[in-house]
Design a protein around this ligand. Structure first.
Ligand code: ZN
Ligand code: ZN
Length: 400
């Protein structure tokens, strides 16, 4: 496979090649797919970017942000589990002038393995506090599943509402509504198991492959049990100043961004990426697309937001512009969904997803996103749903 070469431009917000249609072998590489750079760069005051390699389809690296203060560093999204990523993380830390024991906090933006992989090990080996959203869940490979007491949840919620009021975030009702979405945790006992809410296997892997992956995880993975669970508006002291947790469900239920109102910096995780449209995880109990679009608007409206620091790709300056582009993508996807349903008649999620996505995207991710769009329309009274055997079947109405 050959890819057109492109020159690296390290300036934050520098123009990047845009998405091109066509076969993946001939498309130009997106910035989120570039291999991890060895360079440590300061991307905002007291914020270093350490890029770690990842081995996942469609992505070349994850940005681990090191937030420096007089006690050492807090790391945001420390990469995949396993020794390879761990070695790279330690090398980057050394290059930045830190030792493992200087890491006093780890913040995980959401429950995807390229973000939480090394978090449990950092907690164990560096004694770091581990911060994640209240709804954060991951595979229960150990019997020590994390829980939070009612009293603690109430205290944090109070704190959050007060903090949200301070920076003009959503009202109490909006906070409660968004938090409500996150109550429907789907704890999986092991990864790659079970069936999807719309019918069909969640991860159609051959049994031997599944056994191999689970065994590897048991050996390599320290479960990242948070020591502090935050909710929307919770304050966090990082890089010598106050940041606020911004709950941004959609990509996952537990997704967090971190907002620095003093410098207008948003650590956007996978909520807003510079050129890739983040995947929306369909949910059986909630409208994840509505939650996603609402919280896209929330981050675009943050007063004085001037720099987005994404988990993949380069820093970008126009957060509202990027939000508008992602919104336009979903509006267009909705139109294509209506057209597909018109052409197909009643159809299951897999069939519809194959009308919407090119062949190289077919699979559970494409089905999950199609499911999110279908549920969004159904809850708006614009689609009908019924069950045929183990599958959900949908018919979408014409645009109102
Ligand atoms: Zn993710
Ligand atoms: Zn990611």
């Amino acid at each position: 496979m050959t890819r057109p070469a492109r020159s690296a431009d390290p300036r934050p917000g520098a123009p990047r090649p845009q998405t091109a249609a066509g076969d993946p072998a001939t498309r130009p590489r997106k910035q989120e797919q570039e291999p991890a750079s060895e360079e440590v760069t300061e991307v905002a005051p007291g914020v270093l970017r350490l890029q770690l390699p990842i081995w996942m389809p469609g992505l070349g690296h994850v940005n681990t942000y090191a937030l420096v203060d007089d006690r050492g560093v807090a790391l945001v999204d420390p990469g995949l589990p396993g020794p390879r990523s761990w070695r790279e993380l330690r090398r980057r830390l050394r290059a930045a002038g830190f030792r493992l024991r200087d890491v006093h906090h780890v913040i995980v933006t959401h429950s995807h393995p390229d973000h939480f992989g090394a978090a449990g090990r950092l907690r164990r080996e560096a004694g770091a506090e581990l911060v994640a959203h209240r709804a954060f869940t991951t595979w229960s490979l150990s019997p020590k599943a994390a829980t939070v007491s009612e009293a603690e949840a109430e205290r944090v919620e109070r704190e959050a509402i007060e903090a949200a009021a301070r920076y003009g975030g959503p009202s109490l009702e909006e906070v409660v509504e968004l938090e409500g979405i996150t109550q429907e945790r789907q704890r999986q006992s092991v990864p790659w198991g079970g069936s999807t809410p719309w019918g069909g296997s969640r991860h159609p892997l051959p049994p031997w492959h599944r056994r191999l992956l689970i065994r590897a995880l048991r050996l390599l993975f320290v479960p990242p049990d948070p020591t502090r669970r935050v909710i929307h508006g919770s304050p966090l002291r990082l890089a010598g100043r106050e940041w606020l947790a911004v709950h941004t469900p959609g990509h996952t239920l537990d997704h967090l961004c971190l907002w620095d109102p003093e410098h207008g910096v948003l650590l956007s995780g996978d909520h807003v990426l510079p050129t890739i449209t983040p995947h929306i995880a369909g949910s059986a109990q909630g409208d994840s697309l509505s939650a996603y679009l609402a919280t896209l608007d929330l981050v675009a409206r943050l007063d004085g937001v001037r720099l987005g620091l994404p988990a993949h790709g380069h820093p970008f300056t126009d957060v509202p512009g990027r939000v508008a582009a992602i919104r336009a993508h979903h509006a267009e996807r909705m139109e294509r969904l209506r057209a597909a349903s018109r052409a197909l008649g009643p159809a299951d999620v897999r069939t519809i997803s194959r009308e919407l996505f090119p062949r190289w995207h077919w699979g559970v991710m494409a089905e999950s996103e199609t499911f999110a769009h279908l549920e969004h329309l159904r809850r708006a009274g614009q689609a009908e749903r019924w069950r045929e055997g183990d599958r959900l079947v949908y018919r979408v109405e014409e645009a109102p």
